[in-house]
Design a protein around this ligand. Structure first.
Ligand SMILES: Nc1ncnc2c1ncn2[C@@H]1O[C@H](COP(=O)(O)OP(=O)(O)OP(=O)(O)O)[C@@H](O)[C@H]1O
Ligand SMILES: [Mg+2]
Length: 242
């Protein structure tokens, strides 16, 4: 099976400061790949380079067999490469419904209303709050809205940047249940997380990013069993229980 996403030898800089070195990995269709790493490791920079917000100095991103390194982010959304950004980035003064309608704006087909009804059914809490100003939602509700907005764009590949950030443990469980449901529908996912425990429990494959370099990669089982990963990222506990 050929990969849906191939990342080959990416170097990315901010001005003269290089923060990524030779990043390479692939995501096969229908799989979930986790990218884990501490604060400042370069996780968001990897996602932003993939989805066209940043240009790499070297290397290539190939999506469904097509080099996309020079394609701007808004075109990539139409091709099915959709990011749910770190910090959610909602239009906080607009209502839930307005946020969803804006997400649908780029689509030209007639199924938008049906898709909005679909996500409001999938996230009943958003359905109930569809006229509420999104800045007044709880953190968990805002994350649900950010994911719902991503789904409206009908992703083939969904990039999730720290969906559990700032949420209470029970709410994190609900977010991960949503991720499992999206997985079960066959959507391919690249998941960036500091919460390695949850990420390794849902992923098929995983990569560890340290100081802008991939230092380890393989099946999520093998990464979770690595002694260094268990000690540094999992607090000594292997979430897959193997
Ligand atoms: N716009 C920017 N300009 C300059 N340096 C930046 C910029 N954004 C990020 N960096 C630097 O690049 C490095 C990687 O940052 P990045 O945000 O990709 O890390 P991260 O793994 O996503 O961290 P976090 O877990 O805190 O979100 C850090 O050293 C950061 O300070
Ligand atoms: Mg980040």
């Amino acid at each position: 099976m050929s990969a849906m996403l191939e990342v080959v030898g990416l170097d990315t800089c901010y001005g003269r400061t290089q923060v990524l070195w030779d990043i390479g990995f692939s995501v096969a269709e229908g799989r979930t790949v986790a990218l884990i790493g501490s604060n400042g490791a370069g996780k968001t920079t990897v996602l932003n380079t993939i989805c066209g917000i940043l240009r790499p100095r070297k290397g290539q991103v190939i999506f469904e067999g097509k080099p996309i390194t020079d394609i701007p982010a808004h075109h990539l959304v139409g091709m099915g490469l959709v990011q749910v950004p770190e910090g959610r980035e909602l239009f906080s003064r607009m209502t839930v419904m307005e946020n969803l309608e804006l997400a649908a704006y780029a689509r030209r087909d007639g199924a938008v209303d049906k898709d909005i009804r679909g996500v409001l059914e999938r996230f009943p809490v958003l359905g109930k709050r569809r006229l509420q100003i999104s800045g007044t939602l709880s953190g968990g509700e805002q994350q649900m809205l950010a994911i719902a907005r991503g789904l409206i764009a009908r992703p083939r590949l969904l990039l999730l940047d720290e969906p559990s950030w700032g949420l209470a443990p029970m709410v994190i469980d609900a977010v991960f249940d949503t991720i499992k449901a999206i997985q079960a529908e066959g959507t391919t996912i690249l998941l960036v997380e500091q919460n390695a425990t949850q990420a390794l429990a849902v992923a098929d494959e995983a990569y560890v990013l340290e100081h802008g370099r991939i230092v380890l990669g393989g099946t999520a089982e093998s990464v979770a069993m690595n002694d260094e990963v268990t000690r540094v990222y999992l607090g000594g506990f292997n979430p897959r229980g193997q």
